[in-house]
Design a protein around this ligand. Structure first.
Ligand code: PMP
Length: 371
């Protein structure tokens, strides 16, 4: 059996063991074709079958309606931060509303401001997001990050802002496939793969067809970010990230076999509740920044270990060392943003309920020895 650690990394992170096993079995020769998927041409019939299968499974798992197109893009989440205004705004003077709930929506807003006029909407936690102060003039689109990986703020699917005639763009990089969606509220959804559905190098864009026909900044848009290029070439404008599409298809199949998004959502609620309960009943040893459960991320449980001296990291380090000794890893990782003593347990697709129970039980033991 595969010896696995409990990996709570915010991504890239582990893949489900069954996926890893299946990839290793097929690694040298896919479907007895004599070549590894690593070696297949992106235009070969073998790869086209893999790509078709990935698209079909994504559509089924996410219940994506007919009127949406799937694009397998390069450039990660950051690539789409630029691609969105370039494809959805006909000129730089067009305006877009960005709901800033944390580091990633802020970064997206900064990138977009190179290509359009950005208005930031500040969240009012605890209130209905539809009541937040959006600009009175309808923008070209409204942008949200449905789960802030670093800050731990999540939009429940029913809280996605809804404004008649204004398409909603959603960065789902860290919560894709973790909850059931209402596609009637979504114009464009995108996600980098390496958290819930794969590994780095692949970004999925799911766009409503009428938005793909919008006037864009095509004359100046780099070809690799121009969605129309992908549509006109049936997704083959350049060399698609072949092995990544293959891996993502495997993870999607895993999600489907396990019961699809309703089951992933149920697990996400269960996994995150286990940890929030430990934090809340810790007598203040652990704390989490979001007091309102409506916004608490089910994917990235942010917490801190209490320090007697706020400038010290003694308890945090002792906590992490003890976790490491039990093969619990990924709770503190470097990010491009300063995070001090902040810890995070990321609960993506590959993290099982028993991984979370193991962490919860360690947190309770650490609490006992800290008293
Ligand atoms: N959006 C979110 C919500 C993310 O968590 C990340 C990466 N952690 C990104 C965007 C950026 O993705 P990439 O590193 O693939 O550019």
């Amino acid at each position: 059996p595969l010896e696995r650690v409990s990996n709570f990394s915010p991504g890239p992170t582990s893949l489900p063991s069954t996926v890893m096993r299946s990839i290793s079995e097929e690694f040298l020769s896919w479907n007895q074709c004599g070549l590894s998927v690593l070696e297949l041409s992106h235009r070969s019939p073998e790869f086209l079958e893999i790509k078709r299968d990935a698209e079909m499974t994504l559509r089924e798992v996410m219940e994506i309606p007919e009127g949406f197109t799937i694009i397998w893009a390069h450039g990660g989440g950051h690539g789409q931060f630029a691609a969105i205004p370039l494809n959805l705004c006909g000129e730089k003077s067009a305006r877009a509303d960005y709901v800033v709930t944390g580091a990633w929506s802020e970064r997206a807003a900064q990138e977009a401001s190179k290509f359009c006029q950005v208005d930031r909407v500040q969240p009012k936690p605890g209130t209905d997001p539809s009541d937040w102060e959006f600009s009175s003039e309808p923008p070209a689109y409204t942008y949200i990050c449905s789960n802030e990986t670093i800050d731990g703020f999540e939009f429940r699917a029913e809280d996605f802002p809804h404004r008649l005639g204004v398409p909603l763009v959603v960065d789902m990089s860290s919560d894709i496939c973790s909850k059931v969606l209402d596609w009637s509220r979504i114009g464009v959804a995108f996600a980098c793969a390496p958290k819930n559905i794969g590994h780095p190098g692949l970004t999925v864009v799911i766009a409503r067809n009428d938005l793909l026909e919008r006037k864009s900044q095509r004359e100046t848009c780099p070809g690799i970010l121009d969605w129309k290029n992908f549509i006109e070439s049936d997704g083959m404008w350049n060399t698609v990230a072949t092995f990544n599409v293959y891996t993502t298809a495997k993870v999607l199949q895993f999600i489907q076999d396990e019961g699809g998004l309703p089951e992933m959502e149920r697990r996400s609620i269960e996994k995150s509740s286990i940890l929030y309960d430990v934090i809340e009943s810790s007598g203040g040893l652990y704390s989490t920044p979001w007091k309102i459960s409506r916004h608490r991320s089910r994917m990235n449980v942010c917490f801190e270990v209490k320090e007697e001296d706020p400038h010290s990291s003694r308890n945090t380090e002792a906590f992490l060392t003890g976790a490491h000794q039990l093969n619990i890893i990924g709770l503190k990782t470097k990010t491009p943003f300063p995070t001090g003593n902040k810890l995070r347990a990321s609960l993506y697709t590959s993290v099982s309920i028993s991984d979370v129970q193991k962490l919860a039980s360690y947190m309770k033991d650490f609490q006992k020895i800290s008293q």
